[in-house]
Design a protein around this ligand. Structure first.
Ligand SMILES: Cc1cc2nc3c(=O)[nH]c(=O)nc-3n(C[C@H](O)[C@H](O)[C@H](O)COP(=O)(O)OP(=O)(O)OC[C@H]3O[C@@H](n4cnc5c(N)ncnc54)[C@H](O)[C@@H]3O)c2cc1C
Length: 410
């Protein structure tokens, strides 16, 4: 047993890949609830609690965390198998930002006291997180955020609002970027906090999206008192902490799960429309399959950094671009092959089956925006990977240059 009370039955990395795959597959197929396979929307915690608590009790909730922090410590190839098996069976993801983002961030930026305080709740799934970065006037230009955290004795007093906060109405904690020094230049005066959403003064309001789902929220803060101990990193140094969280997020968005699921759906539609053997369709399918394979290889190299407890560099942006735009290309071909059914929302008759044709499209469309838009990712690659100069200001534009979500100037 490690200091977080999680026991691993064995060192999973010592197993042959095929043996490990069979073990994971057997666990999922025997215990994952049939009615929750391939859900068309994000599930609420009450719907999926039993499964994820089972995973937590088995010690399987944090596959990429090092074992010393309560994870499975899977090396990249095993991690990919673990994720692929979930995707193959249509296992839903829960609001797992605690596992995928907060855990690795605390390992790198938290104090030992903060790790002891926050990691156990994440590992048991009692504490689930959302991301409070974006504001009405601060998306790509995140450093212009205005939510204010003013120091008052042993607490900060937070006032302001966040928007597009995914599933804030179904989690327990929010990671928050707030301005602690209003006089400092853009990203220099920002701090990073972990806040319990039950704290007095916080109001959460869901927003309905184009697909009719209520997954996004607005979060309002009115004189919310947050203990100083909930600040991660130094005061006014939260930008780097927030950036590291974004890099973990980009690895997570870049898993081959979403395009692999889309590919499966594409093959089904092609079969139902009797087009599987069409030479043109076969050629396009082969091309997309290769692209998913390339994504898997790319993902493996970034996952290796996470498994070693590190933080990916700015080049991780390519992973986010590739995964999301590939899914979008697959979604477009699904729509094309589905014919008239490709324009109908919800379950629709295709051949002799009922299928949700637009499901992949609805997943792909926002993915090029969340986690930092793909335009901004391209800027990151241009500036921080290729070393290209910033774009010149527009003629007559006297505004200071903006600091995009990437923190590219930080
Ligand atoms: C489904 C979904 C879930 C989300 N979940 C969360 C969440 O949980 N927490 C959270 O904090 N945020 C979340 N977001 C918000 C997301 O991070 C922002 O939408 C994103 O960063 C873009 O910001 P914006 O919407 O303000 O658009 P803007 O920044 O106004 O951008 C508008 C357009 O201009 C382009 N653009 C902007 N700046 C540049 C530039 N410098 N160069 C080139 N093009 C540029 C953008 O690419 C975009 O196309 C979510 C968004 C979506 C769609």
């Amino acid at each position: 047993m490690n200091r977080y009370g999680v026991v691993q039955e064995q060192d999973w990395n010592l197993l042959q890949d095929a043996e490990f795959q069979a073990l994971v597959r057997a666990e999922i197929e025997a215990n994952y609830p049939e009615e929750l396979r391939y859900p068309p929307r994000r599930l609420y915690w009450r719907e999926q609690r039993v499964w994820f608590q089972r995973m937590a009790e088995k010690g399987w909730i944090a596959p990429s965390w090092p074992t010393e922090y309560g994870g499975m410590g899977l090396e990249p190839a095993k991690l990919l198998i673990f994720l692929s098996e979930q995707e193959r069976w249509g296992v839903a993801r829960f609001q797992d930002q605690g596992i995928r983002m907060i855990g690795p961030m605390l390992v790198n930026h938290g104090t030992e006291e903060q790790r002891r305080r926050f990691l156990p709740g994440i590992l048991s799934c009692e504490d689930r997180y959302c991301q409070g970065y974006s504001e009405p006037e601060a998306g790509s230009d995140l450093a212009s955020l205005r939510t204010r955290a003013r120091r008052d004795g042993d607490a900060y007093v937070v006032n302001g609002s966040k928007i597009w906060t995914t599933m804030a109405h179904d989690v327990t904690h929010i990671m928050l970027l707030a301005r602690t020094d209003p006089d400092a230049v853009a990203q220099r005066g920002i701090s990073f906090f972990i806040i319990e959403l039950s704290t007095p003064g916080i109001t959460v309001r869901p927003i309905q999206d184009i697909a009719g789902h209520r997954e996004l929220c607005e979060v309002f803060f009115e004189d919310v008192r947050v203990p100083v101990d909930n600040r991660i990193g130094e005061e006014n140094a939260g930008w780097d902490v927030g950036k590291s969280v974004l890099s973990y997020e980009r690895v997570n968005i870049g898993t081959p799960q979403m395009p692999a699921y889309a590919l499966e759906r594409l093959q089904t539609i092609a079969r139902l429309r009797g087009m599987s053997q069409d030479r043109l369709v076969k050629g396009r399918l082969a091309e997309l399959k290769l692209d998913v394979k390339h994504l898997s290889d790319l993902y493996t190299s970034f996952a290796a950094i996470l498994v070693e407890g590190g933080t990916p560099g700015p080049d991780v942006s390519i992973l986010k671009i590739w995964a999301t735009e590939l899914t979008r290309r697959i979604a477009d071909l699904i729509g094309e092959l589905a014919g008239p059914a490709g324009a109908v929302k919800g379950q629709v008759q295709v051949g002799d089956e009922q299928v949700d044709v637009l499901d992949v499209f609805y997943k792909a469309l926002p993915s090029t925006i969340y986690g930092g838009s793909n335009d901004v990712q391209r800027n990151v690659i241009a500036k921080r990977v290729l070393g290209l100069p910033s774009e010149p200001p527009l003629r007559g534009d006297a505004r200071p240059s903006r600091t995009p979500r990437s923190g590219s100037d930080a």
